[in-house]
Design a binder for this molecule. Structure first.
Ligand code: TRP
Length: 420
């Protein structure tokens, strides 16, 4: 595909105006650290500071209607709680105008934990429900510039190992393209150049807090994370068409995509839509750090059933000190980690509500709640390990192969649309 063919042309999709609060912002991803916050975060305040919108019941109803499927519990339980322009994605989808999904992972460690899986579980639901293509970016470059614990070659390997955990979530190979930046970046380079030209040092400083003494990889990287939100970065999938993009992400990634949307406006290509999740809490309580250096802080994807049991039993709960007190006062659910984990992973709404009522009014003890959670997590992690075992390096390469993807839009094939 020549550069000329890749030239961005706005066709049937209209370019949206920037919404208020997107032009200048001072919120850096680092100022919202997913590990140092928790339910302590005032998410309503974040929504208004960031200029996003809350996902309300009417939007959830529309998703159900358009997909003909029950909304994912992450939506109904406000775990994915905020968005930008999801309504426009749905308006277009309703008219038969397709979109694609884009998400990513920074491969900083081999030991991925449950929190890392969350955006992928949700993305898998979106892919199945809307029957749309998906691109997944592995940012080995980002972690090399920002972390520096390993060599570049080690980050490249970690990307492949992480890809196995991602693939184990069940993404359909015919609809999913996974790419590692250090391999694929050349294909996106025309778009990266256009993005880099549209962003100044002062903007980067305002958004990400870069300083003159930072390595220049940190300056160059935001354009690399932005580029996949422009469909012409994937000519093998979209040709030279401008296709709408929806990005499931942790709310800490929003600054990248606010920058992206401003640039897209300047480049006259469709502005990407976003859907944001809250942070996943550490086992040691809201406001504590979750990571591989704190072994009891998280359930890792490699944990044994015994480790899961021990960790959950040690996790911070809002249950009272004695059985009598628990029966009298009930548990404090605002600090109770086992209950919060059930909100993520117990699918049965009726059972979750029963636990909420009984546990908070003292009719259920912490031990019983923990036991139920242990069973659920042992199954999820056990199933994940089984699936991951089957994923070889060759399988990863198949997902990473540059090839067209198959997909349908609700009323017609995108391919057919492209031929018009
Ligand atoms: N920067 C993200 C991380 O550190 C990785 C990432 C790249 C990403 N592109 C994305 C996350 C798009 C969400 C959506 O994990």
């Amino acid at each position: 595909m020549s550069t000329q063919q890749q030239e961005t042309v706005v066709e049937e999709q209209k370019v949206q105006q920037p919404t208020e609060g997107e032009q200048e912002d001072q919120v850096k991803p680092s100022s919202v650290n997913p590990y140092e916050v928790g339910e302590n975060v005032d998410y309503d305040k974040l929504i208004s500071e960031f200029g996003c919108s809350k996902i309300d019941q009417s939007l959830i109803d529309r998703v159900e209607k358009l997909t003909g499927k029950k909304a994912h519990p992450f939506l109904t339980r406000e775990i994915f709680f905020s968005h930008r322009d999801l309504n426009l994605i749905l308006d277009n989808y309703e008219k038969g105008i397709p979109f694609y999904l884009y998400t990513g992972r920074g491969p900083s460690t081999e030991s991925m934990h449950l929190g890392h899986l969350m955006p992928f579980i949700f993305t898998k639901y979106l892919q199945d429900a809307f029957d749309v293509p998906l691109v997944i970016q592995l940012t080995d470059d980002e972690k090399f510039f920002h972390k520096g614990d390993f060599t570049l070659e080690e980050y490249q390997k970690l990307a492949i190992e992480n890809a196995k955990d991602i693939i184990a979530c069940g993404f359909d190979i015919e609809k999913t393209f996974i790419f590692r930046n250090t391999d694929y970046v050349g294909h996106m380079y025309p778009n990266i150049c256009k993005i880099q030209k549209a962003v100044t040092y002062n903007q980067l400083k305002g958004i990400f807090g870069v300083t003159p003494s930072d390595n220049c990889g940190k300056f160059a990287f935001p354009a690399v994370q932005a580029a996949p939100a422009i469909s012409t970065s994937f000519p093998h999938i979209f040709g030279n068409k401008n296709v709408f993009c929806l990005i499931p992400q942790g709310i800490d990634q929003d600054p990248y995509f606010r920058m992206t949307r401003d640039v897209q406006y300047k480049l006259k290509v469709p502005k990407t839509a976003c859907i944001h999740s809250k942070f996943f809490p550490s086992l040691q309580g809201f406001g504590t750090k979750m990571g591989s250096t704190v072994p009891n802080s998280a359930i890792f994807l490699t944990d044994t059933p015994k480790q899961i049991k021990e960790k959950i039993n040690k996790s911070v709960s809002g249950g009272r000190a004695t059985k009598e007190e628990q029966e009298q006062f009930g548990a404090d659910l605002t600090v109770d980690i086992p209950y919060h984990y059930l909100r993520f992973f117990l699918e049965d709404d009726a059972r979750l509500e029963e636990i909420r009522v009984k546990y908070s009014t003292g009719k259920m003890l912490t031990g019983e709640v923990k036991k139920e959670l242990i069973g659920i997590l042992q199954k999820i992690i056990g199933d994940h390990q089984e699936k991951r075992k089957a994923i070889t390096n060759d399988k990863v390469l198949e997902y990473m192969k540059i090839r067209p993807l198959k997909f349908k839009t609700p009323q017609n094939q995108l391919e057919a649309k492209q031929e018009q």
